[in-house]
Design a protein around this ligand. Structure first.
Ligand SMILES: [Zn+2]
Length: 333
């Protein structure tokens, strides 16, 4: 009894000295200010939103989510979200410290995202663009079967519609819980991009902080243009693993956008506030209005990304031109 009184007397004294606990103090300004981790400036949240979550003082790029990313990219922030129904279904029945199914469920609830990538369709500077944006807040932006399928569908959709592809990477790499099936997504997406290339359509890869592992080792580095935001971490394995393997000290700024640009791995490092205009200029440049391509199979439905694209691409070359049916007169505007 006397011991308890003694203890409580102690605690009371502590509480009086620290009148407001540190956590409560933070809560009061949480909705208004955000502190820049780079220059320590206190930034108004509204001010930060207006500068696309880039610190106006030092240019630090805060990490942003997939939906905001697409809104920033598309004309007037308008796009149609596609393939939201494509989600991972735990093909290996995987359990580590927690069942994978539960992890997925939690990630969906916490982020409000169906998967680690969001597909959009819309206009960028008047050009039809199929864009996929990854989101690190969903299981580290990891690439499982659903992520691979969604990105592949968007690329195939672009081929059908003769549109461009923009993929914004933000990922820790392959999704461990789907084992080797995750690794197969690297080949699958790369194959789809090869068809896009054959169809002579542009792909711009936008690499953001952080992009590592299987994503860097596949589609993030396969763009006609590979561009990155400033000071983004971009790499395959982490620096510690590399140092241990090659037994050498790594240079300063190793695995940053600027280092990669200097060493010829990137085409440009672009500030987020200029990113949209940059992409519009690039698309204007890459689309030559003098050149008109015949769609290989114009009658293919545009809405459905899933299907037999290779046949559609390859088969059409041997096909005779379609005869015009009398019963279906051509539609005139
Ligand atoms: Zn700053």
């Amino acid at each position: 009894m006397s011991e308890r009184r003694h203890m409580s007397w102690f605690k009371k004294k502590n509480q009086r000295i620290e009148s407001v606990p540190a956590e409560e103090r933070r809560v009061k300004t949480e909705g208004v200010f955000e502190k820049c981790p780079e220059c320590d400036a206190a930034l108004y949240k509204r001010e930060l939103e207006e500068s696309l979550h880039v610190c106006p003082h030092c240019g630090h790029h805060f990490r942003i989510g997939a939906r905001l990313r697409l809104a920033i990219l598309y004309d007037e922030g308008k796009y149609e979200e596609l393939d939201a129904e494509v989600t991972s279904n735990d093909p290996l029945d995987f359990v580590d410290t927690q069942p994978y199914k539960e992890r997925l469920e939690q990630a969906r609830r916490r982020t409000g995202l169906p998967e680690a990538v969001i597909n959009g369709r819309g206009l960028v500077g008047g050009h039809l663009v199929m864009a996929s944006a990854m989101d690190f807040s969903f299981l580290g932006g990891s690439m499982g079967c659903a992520v691979g399928e969604k990105i592949t569908r968007n690329i195939e959709r672009a081929i059908r519609a003769r549109a461009s592809v923009v993929i914004v990477s933000q990922s820790g790499g392959a999704r461990m819980q789907e084992g080797t099936l995750s690794l197969m997504q690297m080949a699958k997406i790369s194959a789809a991009l090869a068809f896009l290339d054959r169809a002579r359509l542009p792909y711009i890869s936008v690499i953001t902080d952080p992009t590592t592992g299987g994503v860097t080792a596949s589609f993030a580095m396969l763009g006609d243009l590979n561009i990155a935001e400033p000071k983004a971490l971009i790499g395959f394995a982490g620096p510690r693993v590399i140092e241990q393997t090659i037994r050498q000290k790594l240079p300063k700024d190793f695995q940053t956008s600027e280092f990669l640009l200097e060493h010829g791995m990137l085409d440009a490092v672009v500030d987020r506030r200029e990113l949209r205009d940059w992409i519009v200029r690039a698309l204007d440049f890459m689309y030559n209005p003098e050149v008109h391509f015949q769609p290989l199979k114009p009658e293919l439905p545009l809405g459905n990304g899933a299907g037999t694209l290779p046949e559609a691409l390859l088969g059409s070359q041997d096909e005779k031109p379609e005869e015009k049916s009398e019963a279906e007169p051509e539609v005139k505007s």
